[in-house]
Design a protein around this ligand. Structure first.
Ligand code: SF4
Ligand code: SF4
Length: 439
């Protein structure tokens, strides 16, 4: 039998060798801490503290501002300096709580008992909600909402995305190597919510060591299975992962739950474990700092709210001037123009690329080679969609199934004419989604 996969996709240079063998290193912040009130999909959180208040590490400092929203917790002890707009990864200012770190890391009292075996489904969901957990793979969708489908018993698969298919990123790899039991522990907690579900860990076959470790851990566990996936980008995209691991298909108007699936990434599942078993909120994460412009690529365990620029210092600084800085991976990450921004729950990596790695060139006219169509995992026509986007023709864009694009960037990557197809399509999709939200 061939390896599990999906149709389309690409095989970019993965660049993972720079940091994959660097064990997770804990680092502490130096400067002020900044906690944007909007670092998740949904309504911004509402501040619970004001200027002059003393806060403890782990204290809830902002409360979910709606059903689809998430609590925010401080990662340090110290004094609130301000609640004011600060620049974030997206380049826009977001209202944020600024805390002067006293470097004592005095912990807030935890009201949790550790006897998790007795917890009801409702209590498990409440702990996840209280801990402010959101999808840490980049999307930032509140996890307690994702884990509350209409009917629990219609969920057949809880899929854990351990693919880490984005080039350069190694934070999930290190998690799997160093804390595999927490991934399994988190998955077992989630499985308690869905009585008919099986757990599936989807791992690309370029990580045989992770496949081995996790397979050994679940040996004899009839409810959890490790599935080896073909190494191909974007193997970890939600729709592609569901298809590869279960053979089920969903489209843009369906939720994974409509196909009997719930999908979470490896880091999010560890956050679930920490919240439910240890009573810890989501206020730290693993961040890969890598790229050929950085002296000592690393995987750091960092506190949320810490400044991105401190990551560069911790990784030995630049060995040459970076041509491009990206938050996240090279395919779906966000280009940064300023490093004076805070690390949030969804910051997976800081990529510092050299001129050679960026290799930018000017777009030229389309030569109708068809490569963009052949790699598109959304099975749409990137050229025609990009042309609709340029004309702002949303009607034609929708007729051509533009919303089935998963914004993976494969089309732009293979285009010999260097046309930024994905960028145009993405802008059009965002515009349509925004106008739907307003309606
Ligand atoms: S059109 Fe969308 S789904 Fe298809 S390759 Fe381009 S970015 Fe990916
Ligand atoms: S890959 Fe580029 S050049 Fe080829 S058909 Fe698509 S847009 Fe045109």
């Amino acid at each position: 039998m061939g390896l599990l996969t999906f149709k389309g996709g690409i095989h970019p240079d993965d660049g993972k060798e720079l940091s994959k063998n660097k064990p997770i290193k804990d680092i502490l912040p130096k400067g002020d801490m900044v906690f944007p009130l909007s670092q998740h999909i949904g309504a911004p959180a509402v501040p619970l503290v004001g200027k002059g208040d003393y806060v403890f590490a782990g204290q809830k400092i902002a409360e979910a501002g709606g059903f689809v929203s998430a609590n925010i917790h401080s990662s340090v002890s110290g004094t609130v300096k301000a609640v004011e707009p600060r620049i974030t990864v997206s380049g826009v200012k977001v209202n944020s709580i600024v805390i002067e770190n006293d470097h004592e890391y005095k912990e807030a009292d935890s009201a949790y008992s550790v006897d998790m075996e007795k917890l009801s489904k409702e209590e498990i969901r409440n702990r996840i909600k209280e801990a402010g957990i959101v999808g840490m793979g980049g999307a930032g969708f509140p996890t307690h909402v994702k884990l509350s489908p209409k009917e629990d018993d219609k969920i057949d698969f809880v899929i854990i995305n351990c693919a880490e298919c984005e080039p350069y990123l190694t934070s999930d790899y290190r998690r799997m190597m160093e804390e595999p039991e927490k991934i399994i522990g988190g998955l077992e907690i989630i499985l308690r919510l869905f009585p008919n579900a099986k757990g599936v860990l989807g791992i690309e076959d370029n990580k045989p060591d992770c496949i081995k470790i996790l397979s050994e851990l679940v040996k004899g566990n009839g409810k959890i299975e490790v599935k080896s996936l073909k190494t191909k980008y974007p193997q970890g995209a939600e729709r592609q992962l569901i298809y590869a691991t279960t053979g089920r298909s969903i489209n843009s108007s369906m939720l994974p739950a409509d196909a009997g699936c719930v999908v979470n990434n490896a880091d999010t599942v560890v956050a679930v474990y920490r919240a439910v078993a240890e009573g810890k909120p989501l206020n730290e994460r693993i961040v890969t700092v890598t790229g050929n412009a950085i002296k000592d690529p690393m995987n750091f365990r960092v506190k949320t709210g810490m400044n991105y620029s401190e990551l560069i210092e911790a990784a030995g600084g630049f060995k040459e001037k970076p041509a491009k800085l990206i938050s996240g991976g090279p395919m779906m990450g966000v280009a940064l123009f300023n490093l004076d921004i805070p690390i949030t729950k969804t910051s997976s990596a800081l990529l510092c690329l050299t001129e050679d790695e960026v290799a930018e060139s000017k777009p030229s006219p389309c030569i109708n080679c068809g490569r963009c169509v052949s790699v598109c995992p959304g099975r749409v026509l990137p050229t025609r969609l990009a042309s609709c986007a340029e004309r702002h023709d949303s009607e034609a864009f929708l007729k051509l199934h533009g919303m089935e694009c998963c914004e993976c960037g494969c089309c732009s990557y293979v285009c010999p004419a260097k046309i930024q197809l994905a960028q145009s399509i993405k802008s059009m999709r965002r515009m349509i989604l925004d106008s739907r939200k307003k309606k």
